[in-house]
Structure formats: structure tokens, C-alpha cells
Design a protein around this ligand. Structure first.
Ligand code: GLU
Length: 290
């Protein structure tokens, strides 16, 4: 049976872009006679608010969406993330990183003088790997007293996992479709967890998609690149690989993604202005499944 999901962060009101993502996931499940799941990605405790969580559910109900219970909240999943990290650690592909953001920026700036050394990823310069080179003794000593993040040694991990691909049923930003060969090192040595956060985005998504039994991940094609490293984590953790259907992004008049600051297009304000849910579907060019 097919299971899809919508996984918003409760850091603001939903806007038209979220409505498109949620309706796309819901419709895909409906058409296949499957189930639609909801996951609240509230790991960023500084920004997540339960009031937004309630507003998200109210907006989704207003749109006519129904989801399977229970709703999964990432803030309740620290043990599952810790287990996954312990498994990766036992494989020897995790290392502690003591670098601050400032130190990383300085290191990257220094290597501008030797441009062949700077690797660029979808989000800018990649972590230069400074702490990967620390000895085990140095790691242990510093872990006693210094705050640190945990990173994946992606080179080693990719070698262990061998060749991987993921199945794209929608389209990536450049029309990618079908069996996609993974480039797991696109984001470099990703952060798996931070001192104040039990799991970073990629790890939490992979662990939770498997836990919830998601078989088709539908999401915006701005996350297409993320699927490469997420597939690697699935392989390392021995989790099933869902299929993917990345979709177009809903852009504003300036061709930019809506942000949480665009109050005018929140579902909340559209509803207050008397817009009907059918009109939202029309605006998004999404016909309801029959
Ligand atoms: N929480 C993410 C977002 O709001 C979506 C995660 C995902 O679909 O993988 O963009």
C-alpha cells in the first residue's frame, strides 16, 4: 500500500507553497488507494511553536485533507535518532566536529586562495573536513569539555555503501526522472546532530520516513539534491528506500519561493479574506482526484 506524507515545520503559517505540497501528497495517496501521513518537523526548538502546529492542522482540515493518526512529532523522537547515530558510529562513519560556524567560514575564506580546494554544494561551500583529520585521542579529549556536532564521514560512508540510485517518479529541477545515480557527497560531511538538536534534517527525515512506512516521498524539487544523501543514509541504516516524486515549486510574482514572511498568501489570511478551498486548488492548478 502506498503511503505519502506532508512534513511541515511549525515555524509559521502555511502558505500556498505548502498547500501545493500537502495536496500533492494527499492526492497521490488517494489515487493509489493509500494513506496520507502528517509529520511535524519541530526539531528547531528555538523557532517551533505549538500554536503554529495547531494552525497547520486547522488549515489542512479546511483544505479538506484527512491524515492517518497518530501525527508524528520529531521532538518526541530523540531515542530513535540516537539509535540511528549509534549504528552509524559503530560503522566508523561518524566523527565529532568542534568547529563553530565562524571557524568554518574562516577556513573556507582561507581556501579561496587555493580555489581547487573549495568544494561547492547546493547550499554553498562544503564543510572543509577540518575535524575529520583529528586523531581518536584528540577527539576523546575535546569531547569531554567542548560542545560539538556529529558529522558523517561521507567519503567513507559512500565507499561502504557502494553504488546507489533512487527512483524519481516526478521530476527534479532539470527534469531528472527514473533511476537516478546517487551523488551522496553533494552536501559534503553533513551534520547528523548538534548539541542542542538530537538530529539534523537529513537523518531525522530518513529515520522518520522509514518509521512511518512512507513509500512515496512527494516534495518540492528544491529538495531533489537532498535525496542523494538521504538515499545513502537509508542504505547505511538498512532502511527501505521510498520512491520520490519531486514537484514544481509555487513561486511568487518575482519568481521566488514564498517565505513564511509573505503574510498575504498564508492559508490563514486567504481564508479570512473569504477564499474557498476549491479556489486554492484552482489557483494551484490542481484538480481533485475523482
Ligand atoms: N520539513 C521540510 C520543509 O518544510 C520538508 C522535509 C521533506 O519533505 O523532506 O521543507
Amino acid at each position: 500500500m502506498m503511503f505519502t506524507r506532508f512534513a511541515p515545520s511549525p515555524t509559521g503559517y502555511l502558505h500556498l507553497g505548502h498547500a501545493f505540497a500537502a495536496l500533492t501528497a494527499f492526492d497521490a495517496a488517494r489515487i493509489a488507494g493509500g494513506g496520507f501521513l502528517l509529520r511535524i518537523e519541530d526539531l528547531d526548538s528555538a523557532r517551533a511553536r505549538t500554536a503554529f502546529e495547531d494552525a497547520i492542522k486547522a488549515d489542512l482540515k479546511w483544505l479538506g485533507l484527512e491524515w492517518e493518526e497518530p501525527v508524528l512529532r520529531q521532538s518526541q523522537r530523540a531515542d530513535a535518532y540516537a539509535q540511528a547515530i549509534a549504528k552509524l558510529d559503530a560503522m566508523g562513519v561518524v566523527y565529532p566536529c568542534f568547529c563553530t560556524r565562524k571557524e568554518i567560514a574562516e577556513e573556507v575564506a582561507r581556501s579561496v586562495e587555493a580555489p581547487h580546494q573549495i568544494a561547492l554544494g547546493p547550499e554553498g561551500a562544503l564543510y572543509p573536513g577540518t575535524c575529520r583529520k583529528l586523531t581518536k585521542d584528540a577527539q576523546r579529549a575535546r569531547m569531554q569539555s567542548e560542545p560539538h556536532a556529529l558529522r558523517l564521514d561521507v567519503g567513507k560512508a559512500a565507499q561502504m555503501a557502494g553504488r546507489l540510485h533512487f527512483e524519481e517518479r516526478g521530476a527534479g529541477p532539470n527534469g531528472e526522472h527514473g533511476a537516478i545515480n546517487c551523488k551522496p557527497d553533494l552536501f559534503g560531511d553533513i551534520v547528523l546532530a548538534r548539541k542542542e538538536m538530537p538530529a539534523a534534517y537529513h537523518l531525522a527525515v530518513v529515520v522518520d520516513d522509514a518509521f512511518q512506512g512512507v513509500t512515496l516521498v512527494t516534495r518540492g524539487n528544491d529538495l531533489f539534491a537532498a535525496s542523494h544523501v538521504q538515499r545513502l543514509l537509508q542504505a547505511l541504516l538498512g532502511l527501505p528506500a521510498p520512491a520520490y516524486a519531486h514537484h514544481r515549486l509555487i513561486l511568487d510574482a518575482n519568481g521566488r519561493k514564498f517565505s513564511k514572511r509573505d503574510q498575504a498568501v498564508t492559508l490563514h489570511s486567504l481564508r479570512d479574506a473569504g477564499v474557498e478551498p476549491e479556489e486554492i486548488r484552482r489557483r494551484l492548478d490542481l484538480t481533485p482526484p475523482v
